[in-house]
Design a protein around this ligand. Sequence first.
Ligand SMILES: Nc1ncnc2c1ncn2[C@@H]1O[C@H](COP(=O)(O)OP(=O)(O)OP(=O)(O)O)[C@@H](O)[C@H]1O
Ligand SMILES: [Mg+2]
Length: 310
Amino acid sequence: MATWAIQTWDVSAYYGKGQRRVEALKDVSLQVRQGEIFGLLGPNGAGKTTLLSCIEGLHRPDRGSICVAGVDVLRNPTQAKRRLGVQLQRAALIEGLTAVELVEVYAALYDVYPARHAIMALLNRFGLADQAHKRAKQMSGGQQQRLALAIALVTDPQIVLLDEPTEGLDPHARRALWAMIRTIRDESRTVVITTHRMDEAESLCGQVAIMDAGRVVACDAPGQMIAAMDARPVLRAAVELSAEAAQPLDGAVRVRRSGEYLEVETTDPMATLQSLYALAARHGRAVRDITVRQPSLEDVYLRLTGRTLG
Ligand SMILES: Nc1ncnc2c1ncn2[C@@H]1O[C@H](COP(=O)(O)OP(=O)(O)OP(=O)(O)O)[C@@H](O)[C@H]1O
Ligand SMILES: [Mg+2]
């Protein structure tokens, strides 16, 4: 078995011609290890969906090459496709069909004809046993997302590609879906997800690639990215003290005011907090609403793309 689930070399892809030409991917080179959850992050229009389409063989890149489980997608598209399970966008669920029928239809596209009990087991796995004979349009958003996952797995693929699988879900449903995605990984499959949520990427993904305007601007394990940024925790508290007055606090590296809050980048949050209390007491001020925030993937993302995610 190949070590890499997905490899791309200098993949560039365009849409349109002439003045309307959009360069959606620019020299994208990535390696996705087998058996891990790999996250593609980036603002709207970064090229995430285009990259997935190229990997799926739906969009032909203008330059570069792509291998899926060692199979060249451009030379052997049919063989490559057999290794992939793709989560359909919700819109692609034909509304008039029931869950069972949808699973059957998509399996048949891959020449796979599962027995009814296998389909029921699959639906059951994703908490959809009681939805088996419901039409897609009668299902909630969360149920449709889970049905899309079930469909992605019906061909027993080595690699599963999920484009914004948790978009539009409430926090509870989102976490339930994370658990399902982990079970897919635990079966030794490789999962690639796109997401706009940093907490999701940090919690789920072994590796993430941050994309911006068609390029990969960083690719690493979330923890490594955060460590490489060399950022410090930030102590935040509502207190009526100026940034200048707070500058000498123990452990403080940088101090600034943000509205009624004092924000202190610190090497030692506990020491800073203690000396903040002492300082506030000397000035007869109260300290309220204290939080300490560790540097996160959100900070990395902000530094690399200059944007926050909505
Ligand atoms: N079918 C298309 N025709 C023309 N341009 C397109 C097409 N699809 C995407 N693009 C353009 O290609 C670029 C990359 O789009 P893509 O959909 O891959 O981004 P994305 O990272 O998936 O964004 P989002 O987070 O909004 O889903 C964008 O500039 C987009 O406008
Ligand atoms: Mg997209």
